[in-house]
Design a protein around this ligand. Structure first.
Ligand code: OOG
Ligand code: NI
Length: 275
C-alpha cells in the first residue's frame, strides 16, 4: 500500500519537473510550441529525452545535476566523450519508458585557455551551492553577469561555453520520440514536414545523424535566435533547439536506450550561430 503511494508520488514529481522544464524551455524557444502544433496536431507528444549542459566544476558538475533525477528513480546509462569539443556526457533513464531519458554533458574547463578558465570560474563562483541541491536549479538559468565582449571571448574557444554563459541551467532541448508519434513512420517524413513548415534543420554531418545499424537516428532544428540582455547590451544570439529521435530494436520488443557519440557530436552544433 505505502509503496504504491510513494510510486505515485514519484511519477507525479517526474511529471511536474518536466512540465516546469518545458515551460521554461518554450520561453527561450518560441518555435518549440510551433513544432508541437505541426507534429502533434494538438495531441500530447512523448519525449525521447531532455538535455542539460554544465561545467565540470564544483558545485555544478554533471553528477550534481544528475542527482535530481537519481532521486526520482533514474539510473545511470552510458557515458560519452567528445574530444574536440572538450566535453563528457552521461545519460540516465527511468524504468517507466514513457519518462524522457536525460542526457547531461559537462565542459572540461581545465582544457581551455587561462582566460576562458578565469571567466568560467568567475561565473561558477557566484552560484550558491545550496541552490544547486533544489530541483528548481535545473531551470534556474544564469547566476552571473557577463558582458557581450566576454560572451564573444568564450565563443572564440567554445560555442558550448558561450551558450552556457548566456543561458545557464535549463533544458537545452527536448526531443520528440518519433516511435511514439502518430502518423509518422520515418525520420525523413518528420524532417520533410518540418522543412515544409519553414523550419531550418541542422545539416552538420547530414540532416539525419546515425542509422538503423547503430539503433538510433536523430535530427534537430537549428536553435531559435532570441534577444539576450548582457551586462552592457542586448544582443540576438542562438538559444535552444528541438530534436527528433527514432530508435530501433536491439532485441525483439526492446528499443535501444543509449546515445551515439558520433551523432551527439553533431547535435551539439545546433546552437552554433551558423548552420
Ligand atoms: C547535447 C547534444 C547531444 C544527443 O541527443 O545526442 C544530444 C547538447 O547539445 O547539449 O542531445
Ligand atoms: Ni539530444
Amino acid at each position: 500500500m505505502s509503496e504504491l503511494k510513494s510510486e505515485k508520488g514519484q511519477a507525479e514529481q517526474v511529471e511536474d519537473l518536466f512540465n516546469q522544464l518545458w515551460e521554461d524551455y518554450i520561453q527561450q524557444t518560441p518555435s518549440a510550441a510551433k513544432v508541437h502544433d505541426v507534429l502533434g496536431e494538438g495531441r500530447d507528444i512523448i519525449n525521447d529525452h531532455v538535455a542539460f549542459r554544465t561545467f565540470n566544476l564544483e558545485p555544478v558538475r554533471l553528477e550534481a545535476l544528475a542527482q535530481h533525477f537519481i532521486r526520482l528513480g533514474y539510473k545511470e546509462g552510458g557515458d560519452y566523450h567528445f574530444e574536440a569539443k572538450k566535453l563528457r556526457a552521461k545519460h540516465y533513464e527511468h524504468s517507466n519508458p514513457e519518462f524522457p531519458k536525460v542526457f547531461i554533458s559537462e565542459l572540461l574547463v581545465e582544457e581551455f585557455s587561462p582566460r576562458v578558465q578565469e571567466l568560467i570560474n568567475r561565473m561558477v563562483h557566484s552560484i550558491d551551492a545550496e541552490a544547486v541541491k533544489k530541483p528548481d536549479f535545473l531551470y534556474s538559468g544564469t547566476h552571473w553577469n557577463v558582458t557581450h565582449a566576454e560572451y564573444l571571448e568564450l565563443l572564440d574557444e567554445s560555442e558550448y561555453a558561450a551558450w552556457m554563459s548566456a543561458y545557464g541551467f535549463r533544458a537545452n532541448h527536448f526531443t520528440v520520440s518519433v516511435n511514439h508519434l502518430p502518423g509518422y513512420q520515418t525520420l525523413e517524413q518528420v524532417n520533410q514536414k518540418l522543412k515544409d513548415a519553414g523550419f531550418k534543420l541542422n545539416s552538420s554531418g547530414g540532416e539525419i545523424k546515425g542509422s538503423a545499424e547503430v539503433y538510433l537516428e536523430q535530427s534537430s532544428t537549428m536553435a531559435d535566435r532570441v534577444e539576450v540582455e548582457f551586462n552592457d547590451k542586448t544582443v540576438e544570439i542562438p538559444s535552444c533547439f528541438y530534436e527528433f529521435a527514432k530508435r530501433y530494436e536491439i532485441q525483439p520488443g526492446k528499443l535501444y536506450t543509449g546515445f551515439v557519440a558520433a551523432s551527439a557530436d553533431k547535435i551539439f552544433e545546433s546552437t552554433n550561430a551558423k548552420g
